[in-house]
Design a binder for this molecule. Structure first.
Ligand SMILES: [Zn+2]
Length: 513
């Protein structure tokens, strides 16, 4: 348990395990560290610092990590930018983390080349709402409902048992899982800020992960919670620079005091659990002049026309967690309502305690649900029906609309020269993708996280040849399992009986796996 965290002992990095390897490893590590210095803006850049495992062609990877120019060559390009367009075969030139050119046959002498033959090059997914800290509780409530199961057992009992070490482990394993699946940006709505130490431990994990994150500082429980006023400390310190992977927002319910805090800190409000029951609070915030363009509203189930109009007119963005909303009882995902009111929604994965965070699943759920709704109306003889969503629509929801919801569409969300290079390469040569007849259709309907081959965040390679770069995976797994065990142990007795008592032994059995 020596590298367990506590409030006074947060390790410098998940990659800081003692180096017991030989000189060969050490020299390679030094190469990687040098590469990080050249390409990275983040001081820590721990993805590249220590403990990199032998991985593919080390020479090629080292070159890609060292060069300030990277040429991704010869892939199918889906830019998600109408001006740039798509290409059956083109190159993407990246310079100092920024997309410089997207076109066929880019010629450059001094770039590290990434071969994208038989790959689809596309912006990374943007997930606009996920409770990162719950990563260590994955699938623990596999068949549960929002009420009463989730509210009582997850938001209540198990969340209360979190210590800073557990926040660190949960945020870290979630962020790495997101990257692994092809998500390059996400909004973290972790309601576990029991103390500022909990907050700092979670932020540290996000910084180390290499993921781009909108950190929506949220509530906690207990006497030491500093929500929402601690958002001012975060705005002054960790988030004082805009030129970093982490940006700040305030996780909110529709409460005037919370919205005042968001406005005072100058950050967007990310409102969770918005639905027909919370409409009076939404209208009150409008009357108080507290709604601002760029605020995000999550779920938005069963709302009136007036509430939708207010969100639209105030410049708000909408996040729909389609699979979770259907499975856990939030209500009917309001894709059609949003579209009918002129809002293109973003997509989100929400909680890992039931369903996986796979962005392909979220995209396909949105596609099939909207079409089912329209086609059932057609079957019943309705006229003047809305347009059916296309695969490109839901791809935009999962990328550029996510960027807009994050207030980051000037930096990410499409392969546009001048934007930061957040992109993924997806294998198109698997038997499930061959032959490639419609790249957008193939990506939306047939691809899956296992085909995500290479990932760049902010121009840095964080996944190559199907593996995360420079990761001490065993240590991350150990931290996750230890924290999971600690939380269940602390919550046992309080929660065991109420939960039926059977999931805790099941979870413990899984430790040996
Ligand atoms: Zn949620």
């Amino acid at each position: 348990m020596s590298d367990r965290l506590n409030q006074a002992n947060i390790p410098a990095s998940k990659f800081s395990a003692a180096d017991t390897r030989g000189n060969e490893t050490k020299s390679r590590r030094d190469v990687l560290r040098a590469g990080a210095g050249l390409v990275g803006a983040a001081a820590a850049a721990p993805m590249f610092s220590v403990g990199a495992q032998a991985q593919g062609d080390d020479g090629e990877l080292s070159r890609v990590l060292e060069q300030r120019r990277i040429l991704i060559k010869g892939g199918v390009v889906l830019s998600l930018d109408h001006q740039v367009g798509d290409f059956a075969q083109a190159d993407v030139l990246i310079e100092d983390g920024k997309i410089r050119e997207v076109r066929p046959s880019v010629a450059t002498a001094d770039a590290a080349v990434v071969d994208a033959t038989n790959r689809i090059i596309i912006p990374g997914f943007i997930d606009t709402h996920h409770h990162f800290y719950q990563g260590i509780l994955r699938n623990i409530l596999a068949n549960g409902l929002l009420n009463p199961d989730y509210q009582r057992d997850i938001a209540g009992t198990l969340t209360a048992a979190y210590q800073p070490a557990d926040v660190y482990a949960g945020e870290l394993v979630t962020a790495l899982g997101m990257i692994d699946h092809g998500t390059t940006t996400a909004v973290d709505t972790s309601q576990v800020q029991h103390t500022p130490e909990h907050t700092d431990a979670g932020i540290r994990a996000l910084q180390e992960s290499g993921l781009r994150v909108v950190y929506a500082y949220s509530r906690g429980t207990g006497p030491a919670a500093q929500y929402p006023q601690d958002v001012m400390r975060l705005a002054r310190t960790t988030f004082s620079s805009k030129d970093q992977l982490l940006t700040l927002a305030l996780g909110a319910n529709l409460d005037e005091g919370i919205f005042h805090a968001a406005r005072e800190a100058g950050v967007p409000a990310v409102s969770h659990g918005v639905n027909n029951n919370t409409e009076p609070a939404l209208f009150a915030l409008d009357r108080a002049g507290l709604l601002k363009p760029g605020d995000e509203y999550i779920h938005c189930t069963h709302m009136s026309d007036a509430a939708w109009k207010l969100i639209k007119d105030s410049g708000g963005h909408v996040s729909l967690a389609v699979p979770i909303e259907m499975a856990m009882g939030h209500g009917l995902p309001p894709i059609q309502d949003a579209l009918d009111h002129g809002i293109r929604p973003s997509l989100s994965s929400d909680v890992d305690v039931t369903m996986a965070q796979d962005p392909f699943t979220v995209m396909r759920a949105a596609f099939t649900l909207q079409r089912l709704g329209v086609l059932q109306r057609a079957r019943a003889g309705a006229q003047n029906l809305p347009a059916l969503l296309t695969c490109r629509d839901v791809l935009e929801f999962a990328t550029i609309e996510g960027a807009r919801a994050c207030g980051l569409d000037h930096r990410i969300g499409s392969l546009t020269p001048g934007k930061r290079a957040d992109l993924i390469l997806v294998r198109a040569d698997s038997f499930g993708m061959t032959p490639l007849n419609n790249p957008v259709g193939a990506f939306v309907y047939n691809a899956h996280p296992g085909l995500v081959d290479t990932i760049l965040v902010d121009g840095k390679v964080v996944k190559r040849d199907g593996r995360l770069v420079g990761l001490d995976a065993a240590r991350v797994r150990r931290l996750a399992v230890e924290s999971r065990d600690d939380i269940l142990r602390r919550a046992d007795g309080q929660a065991g009986a109420r939960l039926g008592g059977d999931w805790i032994p099941q979870a413990y059995e899984a430790v040996g796996a």
